[in-house]
Design a protein around this ligand. Structure first.
Ligand SMILES: Cc1cc2nc3c(=O)[nH]c(=O)nc-3n(C[C@H](O)[C@H](O)[C@H](O)COP(=O)(O)O)c2cc1C
Length: 231
């Protein structure tokens, strides 16, 4: 082979090696960022869950023990609603519902409702809404502490008719010039408690099965030599 041909071949090989290395680096960096994004989402989700449930109240994996339920009348949406079931020492301790208040002034209001096994509210937070700034947006914890008025309440402490804004004869304040939004949220929190009261045993059974399935799947992954992580 002539010198010029050899040089040409070397140049082509060098370009090919660089291209393969670059592709490998790009794919590795994609994998790393995908993992980081997934981790960030999980961390943010746990932060939100801990706003409505004190971490000392549970010792299980909330993400693994979640179930999906559908009850448009009580949970405010025809879509499935996520419920995170908490246990401590294996015993049911609390639940967190991603329920919806469908009758906000400007549409549905997304909520997280944390309730302990005795049916006592541990916390409520609004996770998404389109209520009017300066009026309905006082349901946001960053704007007013109104939403903390649910803490410690339960269906047994407060009879159903009291689960209403004061304008409707209930216990919960409305905002000046804005009754529609708080009315929607109070109804949704009340209905979530009713749902929990009626379905608690089944929810915890389903969550235990979901957690066992997830643990079983992990064991299978680790014991499958083809899928096991390298030492
Ligand atoms: C432009 C505009 C935006 C409004 N936004 C809200 C809102 O976000 N939440 C709310 O409760 N009321 C809002 N209101 C006021 C409601 O129309 C209603 O007057 C108020 O909630 C009192 O309700 P009530 O008559 O049932 O007591 C808004 C009114 C206007 C004109």
């Amino acid at each position: 082979m002539a010198d010029r041909d050899r040089q040409g071949l070397r140049a082509i090989l060098a370009v090919a090696v660089i291209a393969v290395c670059a592709a490998g680096l790009i794919s590795a960096s994609h994998e790393i960022s995908a993992e980081r994004i997934e981790r960030n989402i999980a961390e943010r989700m746990m932060q939100s869950l801990h706003e409505v449930l004190d971490p000392s109240l549970y010792d299980n994996d909330l993400i693994r023990s979640q179930v999906q339920v559908i009850d448009p009348d009580l949970l405010g949406t025809t879509d499935s609603v996520q419920v995170f079931l908490a246990t401590r020492g294996g015993a049911p301790s609390a639940a967190i519902f991603a329920s919806v208040a469908p009758r906000g002034y400007n549409g549905a209001i997304d909520l997280l409702v944390g309730v302990d096994a005795e049916g006592v509210i541990q916390g409520v937070r609004v996770t998404d809404h389109r209520e009017t700034p300066g009026l309905g947006d006082q349901i946001e914890i960053s704007i007013s502490d109104w939403i903390t008025g649910f803490d410690g309440t339960s269906l047994s402490d407060l009879p159903l008719p009291q689960w209403a804004v004061t304008a409707d004869g209930g216990q919960f304040d409305a905002f000046t010039g804005a009754t529609v939004t708080p009315r929607a949220v109070v109804q949704a929190v009340r209905d979530t408690l009713v749902y929990f009261d009626e379905n608690q045993a089944e929810l915890f059974e389903r969550a235990a099965a979901a957690e066992a399935d997830a643990a079983g799947a992990e064991m299978a992954t680790v014991s499958d030599p083809a899928r096991a992580p390298l030492p």
